[in-house]
Write a protein that binds this ligand. Structure first.
Ligand SMILES: N[C@@H](CCC(=O)N[C@@H](CS)C(=O)NCC(=O)O)C(=O)O
Length: 222
């Protein structure tokens, strides 16, 4: 049986794995679990419940392994399908790319999650928590703009999992009103470079179609 990836139509972490698997040309089946804006991930997919005690997507199942957590899964994909490599070969570069992938999920994205949580409030823009989350996103953009400099990619010149993670995270930030501003010329050029990759385009186009199908706005993502 071919490998299966359980994901959701608006799952950043599922999309991270899907892009990585497509970049590597892996033969896998994408299973979109039940999801709606109103009900969230309900009912939970039985395979997700069986494999992941955290009851979350993404879940990866193939003949050799059953895995959950996007970072665990991409590490396995890299070991099992090493070409094309999505971590740098050199030790320091590899460590830096891993840290940036982690920071995208655990430092940058939590600000976006805060914005998502406040959207239901009558006037979230007035709340100090809203302004703090926006400031956190903006200061991360400023740091990445500086760090990127003339490099082609987030962790140096090679395209890595760190690019995939941060590309998706900034797309969600843009969806929640904080896109990369025009002053960040390096970051915007990087965003266009990553968006042009066929694997990224395929996954983002599907996410954008889903958003349009439920009448949600789609930010500029190229
Ligand atoms: N750290 C996990 C996060 C996974 C996660 O937050 N998944 C979300 C969708 S993007 C989910 O399944 N949420 C449903 C729930 O928590 O019940 C990863 O990297 O895979």
């Amino acid at each position: 049986m071919s490998a299966r990836l359980y994901s959701g139509p608006l799952s950043l972490f599922g999309a991270k794995v899907e892009i990585a698997a497509r970049e590597k040309g892996i033969d896998f089946q994408l299973v979109m679990v039940p999801f709606s804006q109103q009900q969230g991930y309900s009912p939970k997919d039985p395979e997700v419940l069986r494999v992941n005690p955290k009851r979350q997507v993404p879940v990866w199942v193939d003949d050799a392994v059953e895995l959950y957590d996007s970072t665990q899964i991409i590490e396995y994909l890299e070991d099992r399908w090493p070409t094309p490599a999505l971590w740098p070969r050199a030790l320091a570069g590899r460590a830096r790319a891993r840290l940036l992938e982690h920071a995208s999920d655990e430092v940058f994205f939590p600000h976006v999650i805060r914005l998502m949580g406040m959207r239901a409030n009558p006037d979230p823009v007035d709340a100090p928590e809203w302004r703090q989350a926006c400031a956190g996103i903006e200061s991360y953009y400023a740091r990445m703009e500086q760090a990127l400099g003339t490099h082609r990619h987030i962790a140096g010149d090679e395209y890595t999992f760190a690019d995939i993670a941060f590309y998706l995270a900034q797309f969600f930030a843009a969806r929640h009103t904080v896109p990369i501003g025009g002053a960040h010329v390096n970051l915007r050029a990087w965003r266009a470079r990553v968006a042009a990759r066929p694997a990224v385009k395929q996954v983002l186009d599907a996410m954008a179609s889903y958003l349009r199908s439920i009448d949600y706005p789609v930010p500029e993502y190229g």
